[in-house]
Design a binder for this molecule. Structure first.
Ligand SMILES: C[S@@+](CC[C@H](N)C(=O)[O-])C[C@H]1O[C@@H](n2cnc3c(N)ncnc32)[C@H](O)[C@@H]1O
Length: 227
């Protein structure tokens, strides 16, 4: 099976059980908390810390154009967007089922300035330099073609624009590395090769300046500015 088909299938299933997924991502259900602690060694404070660090990259009162990919079910980002009513926000994901859950959440939050589109991070349908902020939360470890993903995310960002996000990095937590290898990769949710904190920094410094990286166990949050 092609990498993209495999990941598409895996997240189709996640979209079908979006509530369970949201409980883990937002550290709010008992099962989600158990998974965070057991697999990721994250308690509530740590779970919030890495996510908040990534979102801190979006300037206060932001009014420009923001691309978020992958939005997933939007459980982490859409509540944040309520604070940016004048921004123009595009949320993209490869899997329709995930987008379906995100659209429902946006409607329940009465978000009117967010557009949802299906698409592949490796082939973005936008002109060069069309966004002021590009946000990617928990996507880089999933994307099937990481070189294409970084190339495209960089291409659609304006020079001086903000690139921020989070991802799993290898080599920080033996327990997490074990589950990633044996459960998430096998299940098609994550796709190797994975960056380490060091290789991620080197990669970001290749096209960005002011690179700030915060590692919380095996999760890394980053904020930087395109050169
Ligand atoms: C772990 S989820 C993260 C979703 C969300 N940002 C969050 O933190 O809850 C990974 C997401 O990546 C999406 N995805 C995988 N490959 C993709 C691709 N090539 N282009 C765009 N999205 C992709 C999946 O559909 C899934 O929604």
């Amino acid at each position: 099976m092609q990498r993209k088909d495999k990941i598409g299938k895996a997240y189709q299933t996640v979209g079908d059980t979006a509530e369970a997924y949201d409980g883990m991502m937002t550290y709010s259900s008992w099962l989600g908390k158990l998974i965070c602690r057991l697999i990721w060694n994250l308690d509530e404070e740590k779970s919030r810390r890495y996510v908040n660090t990534a979102f801190s990259g979006i300037p206060k009162g932001f009014r420009g154009r923001l691309l978020e990919i992958p939005v997933g079910t939007g459980c982490l980002s859409l509540p944040v967007y309520q604070g940016f009513p004048e921004a123009e926000i595009v949320c993209m994901d490869y899997v329709e089922k995930m987008l379906e859950a995100a659209r429902k959440r946006a409607a329940s939050l009465d978000l009117r300035n967010v557009e949802f589109r299906q698409g592949d991070v490796g082939k973005l349908p936008f002109d060069d330099g069309s966004f002021d902020v590009v946000l990617t939360v928990n996507g880089l470890h999933a994307f099937p073609d990481k070189e294409a993903a970084f190339r495209e995310l960089n291409r659609v960002l304006k020079p001086g624009g903000i690139f921020c996000g989070t991802c799993y990095v290898a080599g920080e937590q033996a327990r997490t590395d074990f589950f990633v290898r044996h459960v998430f990769v096998r299940g098609g949710f994550f796709t190797p090769p994975f960056d380490t904190a060091k290789s991620l920094r080197a990669r970001l410094e290749g096209f960005c300046r002011d690179v700030s990286i915060v590692s919380v166990e095996a999760e890394t949050a980053f904020v930087c500015r395109k050169k």
